[in-house]
Design a protein around this ligand. Structure first.
Ligand SMILES: [Zn+2]
Length: 319
């Protein structure tokens, strides 16, 4: 019988689950995306299992050949026990997702919050080019959060909330946030917030997602340009906060909103250039090279999940 040491990485989102299968040397053997079903924990497990079976089928291998499974979950999790304390989008509360998946596939499962998992994936991505030891990965999508890597390791913080910058207050008395506070950064720069601002300023222009607003801005729509400028200004501040707080080597930007590519990144870099002009400190700490955009086609979530299974993040090789 063929033996293999295969790793499965999963990025479990509220609407879809992405899976990646790699061998011991990191070659991709299968990748798939399926809709996430969240009606019950069993249905969720079924949809995750479906994603795993799809990548196994692509590689023509069977479940016993899985050595380890890693998964990123949108919510509060305990990596030590595999329990999901709260994942609103997955309809889970105090559910042992890690053990349940381990029981189905007879393989150890490693679980972490999705943004922190993606931060590990972002580290792997940046390390393909540079021996980086610290970074903050900022996910700008349905919500806003950062995952922080210090000394080559995930920095979780006392309550596992390090990097939750989406709920830093950016505008006193601003829009009410899901968390109960007003004017959180998330209410300005996350995808739904960008769409909402466009609907408030120019209701006649129909936009479905943040990408439409970025495209309208590029095409000269002034309302869209103003919103993009506001979002970029706030994100450049968030980058500055993260650099000043954690003194990381890189800030990596990813998530749905960043898929507008240059239309998304260029105005942020412009704002950083403004900061550099005003301050020698900013000039020293915020060069353009500090900011990376996750390229289209690279999913840091599934790669981070693969690396979760390796548990220890080794330090970069020094030459
Ligand atoms: Zn908030």
């Amino acid at each position: 019988m063929q033996t293999a040491q295969l790793l499965v990485g999963l990025d479990v989102g509220g609407t879809k689950t992405a899976a990646l299968l790699v061998n011991a040397s990191g070659s991709v053997l299968g990748q798939a995306t399926v809709p996430t079903r969240t009606a019950t924990p069993d249905e969720l497990l079924d949809s995750i299992s479906q994603a795993i079976h799809l990548v196994l089928a692509q590689a023509q291998v069977t479940p016993p050949q899985i050595q380890r499974i890693g998964l990123g979950v949108p919510g509060q999790v305990d990596p030590a026990t595999g329990i999901v304390h709260l994942a609103v989008n997955l309809n889970l509360q105090n559910y042992p997702l890690g053990p349940a998946l381990s029981a189905r596939f007879k393989a150890p499962t490693f679980l972490e919050n999705d943004v922190r998992t993606a931060a590990i994936g972002a580290l792997a991505h940046v390390r393909q080019r540079e021996p980086v030891d610290s970074l903050a990965y900022v996910s700008i999508g349905t919500g806003l959060a950062a995952g922080v890597i210090l000394n080559g390791r995930l920095h979780r913080g006392h309550n596992g909330l390090a990097g939750e910058i989406g709920h830093m207050i950016a505008e006193s008395g601003g829009t009410l946030c899901n968390c109960g506070l007003h004017g959180c950064l998330e209410t300005i720069v996350a995808g739904p917030a960008i769409v909402r601002q466009m609907a408030e300023t120019e209701p006649e222009t129909v936009v479905r997602h943040a990408g439409d607003v970025y495209q309208a801005a590029v095409l000269g729509n002034q309302a869209a340009q103003k919103i993009v400028q506001r979002v970029s200004q706030q994100l450049s501040r968030a980058i500055q906060w993260l650099v000043m707080t954690y003194d990381v080597e890189k800030i990596v930007l990813g998530g749905g909103v960043t898929q507008s590519g240059d239309a998304f990144l260029a105005p942020i870099l412009q704002e950083l250039a403004c900061l550099r002009q005003q301050s020698t400190l900013a000039a020293a700490l915020l060069p353009d090279e500090k900011v990376h955009l996750i390229p289209a086609g690279f999913n840091p979530g599934v790669w981070g999940a693969i690396n979760l299974t390796k548990q220890t993040l080794s330090a970069p090789e020094k030459s």
